[in-house]
Design a protein around this ligand. Structure first.
Ligand SMILES: Nc1nc2c(ncn2[C@@H]2O[C@H](COP(=O)(O)OP(=O)(O)OP(=O)(O)O)[C@@H](O)[C@H]2O)c(=O)[nH]1
Ligand SMILES: [Zn+2]
Length: 289
């Protein structure tokens, strides 16, 4: 498995050892980029170098951050400082749903505010939400449990507390990061690359660069037909609308809107859906490739 990629080199973990590999020229010709998390076969050359020969099929992948075969995407959202943006949260969740990756929300800095309004919004979604404070340590154990035996990617705006949380989860995290940076002759802050850090046996965590505030670019847009299914709590209502062509944004007899009115679906989630729908409704197929 590729655990780190940097400057054209890939660090591949195989049978308990780490191999520094180059990718074959073939990948470049085919415009295939090996991703961290990819399962690959490697060849050990006689001169001591190693080459990635083949990338095995991916279960899933994200482009931003570039990573493959993730079990869960953990979206860290701080209750304040920086203040949360529900549209960005919902876009990130939808991007995970569209790719078959389980989204989890971790509400951070709960020592500053309780974040009750966010808990209210996500309570009815069926998406797991944990609260954590890296200052008091509250909730850290639950996050540690959540990670066990899985490959997890953390994401969230710069400053929400991802690094603080990871350091709380495992003190070796810091150490390993330092070691790898040293080996590559770079400081921690210049190596904003994705890497998989092994916390224990089968537990890996991706260290990913922070999303900028408008993080989702064209390749992350989800087709309007598919969009409602990326809001998992809408799914039970999607076949119950009066019109089969219902966009679930404003139509009469829309079962989703009805559920919003009854408070079963959060208004905030529906607003994000409508905003995302407006973004993609007029796009043609080729825009979405
Ligand atoms: N009060 C409080 N502050 C926190 C908490 N977690 C992190 N912080 C502070 O928030 C700031 C950002 O924390 P980081 O852990 O560096 O955030 P990050 O998400 O890793 O940021 P990037 O590396 O830029 O992506 C630091 O000043 C931390 O001390 C928390 O639980 N409570
Ligand atoms: Zn509808």
């Amino acid at each position: 498995m590729i655990v780190r990629g940097i400057g054209g080199f890939y660090y591949v973990e195989a049978a308990g050892s780490l191999y520094e590999c180059k990718a074959r020229g073939l990948f470049r010709k085919k415009k295939v980029t090996p991703y961290v998390g990819d399962h690959v076969t490697i060849r050990l050359e006689n001169d001591g170098t190693s080459t990635i020969e083949e990338i095995l099929p991916r279960a899933n992948y994200l482009i931003r951050p570039p990573i493959a075969n993730i079990d869960q995407l953990i979206l860290v959202v701080s209750v304040c400082d920086p203040s949360p943006n529900t549209l960005i949260i919902d876009k990130t969740i939808a991007a995970a749903e569209a790719r078959g990756i389980e989204p989890v929300i971790v509400l951070s800095k709960t020592d500053l505010q309780d974040g009750g309004w966010l808990i209210d919004i996500y309570r009815t979604t069926g998406i797991l939400l944990l609260t954590v404070s890296s200052v008091t340590g509250e909730g850290v154990e639950a996050v540690r449990e959540l990670l066990k035996g899985k490959i997890s990617a953390f994401t969230g705006n710069s400053g929400v507390g991802k690094t603080s949380l990871l350091n709380q989860i495992d003190s070796r995290f810091h150490l390993e990061t330092g070691e790898i940076s040293q080996k590559l002759g770079r400081g921690r802050h210049t190596t904003r690359q994705v890497a998989l850090l092994k916390l224990s046996g089968e537990t890996y965590v991706a260290d990913t660069p922070g999303f900028s505030s408008i993080s989702l670019e064209r390749y992350d847009l989800i087709k309007k037909e598919r969009l409602p299914y990326c809001f998992r709590e809408f799914i039970p209502y999607l076949n119950q609308c009066k019109f089969s062509t219902c966009s679930h944004t404003c139509e009469k007899g829309c079962a989703v809107l009805q559920a919003v009115q009854e408070g079963i679906i959060s208004k905030s989630r529906h607003e994000s859906y409508v905003a995302m729908y407006q973004e993609v409704k007029d796009l043609k197929e080729w825009n979405l490739k």
